[in-house]
Design a protein around this ligand. Structure first.
Ligand SMILES: Nc1ncnc2c1ncn2[C@@H]1O[C@H](COP(=O)(O)OP(=O)(O)OP(=O)(O)O)[C@@H](O)[C@H]1O
Ligand SMILES: [Mg+2]
Length: 249
C-alpha cells in the first residue's frame, strides 16, 4: 500500500493536485484507492464528486458520548459508515479537529481503525491541511511520498521546507519527496525565486502552469476525474508519479 500525502501553504493547489493524483493512479490501474480529506475545510470530496455524510470528527464526538456498545466496536462500525464509496476509490473525511477535553483514547481507536481500513487499498492519497502534525497524529503510518505544493512566493517555499522539518521532528520522515511549483506563467519562476527553491533543497522541482481549464472545472463543480487528457497540470502529476514508481519499483 502506497501512502501519498500532499501538503504545503494554504491555497497553493494541494486539493487540486490530490484530486489529480487520485485520477492518475486510477488511470494507471492502481486501485482501489482511499482518498483522505484531512483538511477540516474539506474540499477534496467535491473535487472527486464524493459526498461523504459523516466525518471522523463526527465519529470522535459520537464515540465519546456513546454509552451502548464498547467504544472500540462503535468506532469500527462508524468508520465503515463514514467511507464514501466511489468507482475505484473510496473517500473518508477527517472533519473538524477535536474540541477541548481528552480524546486520546478515542483518537487511538480511530487511528487503529483507519490503519486497518487502509490495508484494503492499494494506495492512500491524503490531502493535508498546512501542517503535518495532523497527518501523523491521525493516521500514524509512514508516508511513502510527500508532495509539497507551493505558489510563487517565498512564504510558500518556507512552508514546504517547514513540513519536512515537522516530519523530522515527528519521526515520520517521508521515504520520498516531490516539490511542485504551481500556477506558474510564462517566464516563471523568476531567478530569485528559483534560487530560493534550490536553497531550500528542492532543486529537482516540477512546475505546473496556471491553467484556466482547472478554474472553469472548479466553477462548474465538475469532478476532476473527468479532466481532459491534455490538461497540463494532469500531465505534470503523471510525470511525477511515473518518475516515483519508476524509481520505487
Ligand atoms: N494550476 C492551476 N491553474 C489554475 N488554477 C489552479 C491551479 N491549481 C489550483 N488552482 C485553483 O486555485 C485555487 C486553490 O487551489 P486548491 O483548493 O487546490 O488549493 P489548496 O492548497 O487545497 O487550498 P486550501 O489551503 O484552502 O485547502 C482553486 O480555486 C483551484 O481551482
Ligand atoms: Mg485544500
Amino acid at each position: 500500500m502506497y501512502r501519498i500525502a500532499v501538503s504545503g501553504k494554504g491555497g497553493t493547489g494541494k486539493t487540486t493536485i490530490s484530486g489529480l493524483i487520485v485520477k492518475s493512479l486510477l488511470d494507471g490501474g492502481i486501485k482501489p484507492i482511499l482518498a483522505v480529506d484531512a483538511d477540516p475545510a474539506g474540499c477534496l470530496a467535491p473535487v472527486l464528486g464524493a459526498k461523504p455524510e459523516v466525518t471522523l470528527g463526527d465519529i470522535r464526538e459520537m464515540t465519546r458520548d456513546s454509552k451502548d456498545l464498547p467504544k472500540s466496536q462503535f468506532v469500527e462500525m462508524s468508520v465503515q459508515q463514514a467511507v464514501w464509496e466511489g468507482e475505484g476509490f473510496d473517500l473518508i473525511s477527517m472533519g473538524r479537529p477535536e474540541g477541548p477535553g481528552c480524546y486520546c483514547f478515542v483518537n487511538s481507536l480511530l487511528r487503529d481503525s483507519l490503519e486497518r481500513l487502509s490495508n484494503s487499498y492499494q494506495a492512500m492519497v491524503i490531502d493535508c491541511e498546512a501542517g503535518m502534525e495532523h497527518l501523523s497524529r491521525r493516521t500514524a503510518g509512514r508516508v511513502d511520498l510527500l508532495v509539497l505544493v507551493s505558489d510563487l512566493s517565498a512564504r510558500g517555499i518556507r512552508a514546504a521546507k517547514e513540513m519536512i522539518n515537522i516530519a523530522r521532528k515527528l519521526d515520520n520522515v517521508p521515504r520520498e519527496t516531490r516539490f511542485i511549483l504551481n500556477c506558474t506563467r510564462e517566464g516563471e519562476p523568476p531567478e530569485l525565486l528559483a534560487n530560493k527553491i534550490n536553497e531550500a533543497g528542492f532543486s529537482d522541482y516540477l512546475t505546473a502552469v496556471y491553467d484556466p481549464g482547472i478554474v472553469n472545472m472548479e466553477l462548474r463543480g465538475e469532478s476532476f476525474l473527468k479532466i481532459g487528457e491534455d490538461s497540463p497540470v494532469l500531465m505534470v502529476v503523471r510525470e511525477m508519479l511515473d518518475d516515483y514508481f519508476g524509481e520505487g519499483e
